[in-house]
Design a protein around this ligand. Structure first.
Ligand code: PMP
Length: 338
């Protein structure tokens, strides 16, 4: 009774090779591996976060309240509209279960983040992969939009987003995991649109991918249902404590974003890339991307091969922007193997 078909038909390469596996398979010590395949932030969280995590009460079930109010304040929206989960993936999972089931469908403009398709399939729903947001089928229950988009780095423009929200009966999940790198977000739009949910995370700009906390702004009726349906104590006390501290110290995040954006422009100048609004580049390769990625791994450099992503092709890789040293190591290895 395992949902093997649902799981196996989605990008078999996700979530990609880990640092430990590279160490084991290629015999490269972990500290020499340049890991640019998961869009993490090389600068990590602020020291305030580390302090708050170490002071978290591990003996009691956690309360999310302080985190919801910190997130509401950070985004400038009402606290009643904020929901939280174990990473934005946790939220995507729970939101999918609220809107999708067998016989329903989710619209997914590709290429994009592959987890939407898996989440839809695991609900028994039909993922409809398309190219054009102006062609959302009539009976769609949930539409996923990723902006800045993973893996391309592109942004949806406000006019198109408005058109989608006003032209469809579908619930729209706008994934803004990378919003801080773009400097734009649509959280306040939720106050105007009853069919919009805007997802955010602390994994990217705030450097907390390991702690597993994400949040979203949702219409009140959705937030209410979500809080009944999602795991009650789904986020750990250290994650909540760290999340609160991170949102209250945006200065650390902003300085990391600034360094990453400067590096992104420097790295992009050496490559054939699409304009990016995130902390990664979607790079067009001359060689076949899977072979190229394998050769880079032998040099201890890990980047994402996009050939398994529906709507992409076998001549694109996605490269996370790391520290200047990491980026130099990537550029040097890339110029050798490409
Ligand atoms: N959405 C997008 C577009 C992402 O790239 C990621 C990270 N891979 C996520 C959601 C999930 O992030 P989190 O770590 O918060 O689960």
């Amino acid at each position: 009774h395992l949902l093997v078909d649902a799981v196996q038909s989605v990008n078999p390469d996700d979530p990609g090779i880990s640092i430990m596996e590279i160490e084991r398979l290629y015999g490269i010590p972990a500290e020499r591996i340049v890991f640019l395949s998961r869009n993490e932030n090389p600068y990590g969280p602020s020291p305030e976060v580390v302090r708050a995590v170490s002071r978290a009460d591990l003996s009691r079930y956690p309360s999310q309240d302080e985190f919801l109010s910190a997130a509401a304040e950070y985004l400038g929206v009402s606290e009643d509209l904020v929901i939280a989960g174990a990473g934005l993936d946790g939220i995507i999972d729970s939101v999918s279960r609220l809107f999708l089931e067998k016989g329903r469908s989710a619209f997914i403009p590709v290429p994009t983040y592959t987890y939407y398709e898996l989440a839809a399939r695991l609900c028994g729903a039909t993922p409809v992969l398309g190219r054009n947001l102006r062609e959302i089928p009539k009976d769609t229950s949930l539409t996923f939009i990723c902006s800045p988009n993973n893996p391309t780095g592109g942004l949806i423009d406000d006019e198109l987003l408005r058109e989608v929200l006003e032209g469809t009966d579908s619930m729209v999940f706008l994934d803004e995991a990378y919003a801080e790198f773009a400097g734009v977000g649509h959280a306040e739009w939720v106050e105007r649109y009853e069919n919009l949910i805007v997802g955010r995370t602390l994994s990217k700009a705030f450097g907390l991918a390991g702690i597993r906390i994400g949040y979203a702004v949702a219409p009140e009726w959705v937030a209410e249902q979500y809080n009944r349906a999602a795991p009650v104590f789904g986020i750990s006390a250290p994650a909540i404590a760290g999340g609160v501290a991170a949102l209250k110290d945006p200065h650390h995040m902003k300085s990391a974003v600034k360094r990453i954006l400067a590096e992104r422009e420097r790295v992009a100048a050496h490559l054939r890339t699409h304009p990016s609004h995130a902390n990664f580049l979607y790079v067009e390769t001359v060689r076949e991307s899977s072979a190229l990625v394998r050769d880079l791994l032998k040099e201890g450099i890990s980047v994402k091969d996009c050939s398994g992503i529906p709507g992409s092709d076998n001549h694109h890789i996605r490269v996370t922007i790391g520290t200047p040293e990491e980026n130099d190591a990537f550029l040097e290895a890339y110029s050798m193997v490409e």
